[in-house]
Design a protein around this ligand. Structure first.
Ligand SMILES: NC(=O)c1ccc[n+]([C@@H]2O[C@H](COP(=O)([O-])OP(=O)(O)OC[C@H]3O[C@@H](n4cnc5c(N)ncnc54)[C@H](OP(=O)(O)O)[C@@H]3O)[C@@H](O)[C@H]2O)c1
Length: 261
């Protein structure tokens, strides 16, 4: 029986992914910081036909991640499928609220949280010469987006890191997939301060696209196509001298409500 791990499984894409993987009859270890939400995901996994394992804690804490992996080893002997999805996002207008703290907070979860888990699952996968590590980045990582510096930069770092790791792991039997969603309904998009989210996908559809891409072992899984082709292929081709004034002009308008982390 496939042994899967889903981080950030207390809500949004992570919870839905855990349930969709459980429908395959898989074992699904779920991680997150909010205990009631995590236990609810575990209940949904069981209801869907999977075998849950609850891992309560933060991906930013390497000690906790090591302890969680030890629990997985003890219960199941290892992980075959790691969906490293936990992430945070906040807006920052660098012109009037540049904050190193916000950048560190974002990188801690979105980049180092993924690193901690790769470090934990990789030795076992290499020994068994099989496994897949899928990291959830974002279409926001293909170009520096206005008012989203910390998020955009963290996802760009993740995309590049996963590409390097994928190259290094060629021939080892361990596959690395980079997932770049556009807007998908979740707690994150509900908190989103931007006024419009073009081509917003419903959570089950976004997750189905994500898992289909991982199943196919695509290097980069990006969706929905309307936004992803523009973000991945068109935006990077626009010369900087055109991109920057255009990006400033069409920068997302923010709603009035304050940011919630
Ligand atoms: N929804 C979108 O439109 C969209 C688009 C592109 C990329 N993404 C990416 O998709 C992933 C999932 O986001 P979502 O949209 O589903 O948002 P969400 O509903 O807010 O879910 C985020 C998940 O990450 C977990 N998390 C955050 N910080 C964590 C930490 N330090 N340790 C452990 N878990 C942590 C949260 O759990 P706890 O709070 O319980 O810890 C939660 O389960 C993120 O990486 C996000 O950047 C989303």
């Amino acid at each position: 029986m496939t042994r899967a791990l889903v981080t950030g499984a207390t809500s949004g894409l992570g919870r839905e992914a855990a349930v969709q993987l459980a429908r395959r009859g898989w074992r699904v270890a779920v991680s997150g910081r909010r205990e009631p939400e995590l236990r609810e995901t575990a209940r949904l996994v069981k209801e869907a036909g999977g075998e849950p394992l609850v891992l309560l804690g933060s991906v930013t804490d390497p000690v906790s991640v090591k302890a969680h992996y030890a629990l997985i080893e003890k219960a199941w002997g290892g992980i075959d499928y790691a969906l490293l999805n936990a992430g945070v996002g906040d807006m920052m207008d660098a012109a009037d609220e540049f904050s190193t703290e916000s950048i560190k907070w974002t990188f801690d979860a979105n980049v180092f949280g993924v690193c901690h888990w790769i470090e934990a699952v990789l030795p076992g996968m290499k020994t068994r010469k099989s496994g897949v590590i899928a990291g959830v980045a974002s279409l926001a990582g293909f170009r520096g987006l206005p008012k989203s510096g910390p998020y955009s930069a963290s996802k760009a770092a993740l995309i590049t890191l996963l590409e390097s790791v994928r190259i290094d792991l060629r021939g080892t039997g361990v596959d690395v997939v980079t997932v770049c969603p556009g807007f998908v309904r979740s707690e994150m998009t509900a908190r989103n301060e931007v006024e419009s989210m073009p081509f917003l996908m419903e959570t089950p559809d976004g997750v189905a696209a994500m898992l289909a891409g991982v199943d196919a072992r695509r290097r980069i899984v990006h969706f929905p196509w309307q936004l992803s082709y523009a973000s991945k292929y068109f935006l990077p081709m626009i010369p900087d001298f055109l991109y920057e004034p255009l990006a400033q002009k069409f920068a997302h308008k923010r709603k009035k409500k304050p940011s919630a982390r």
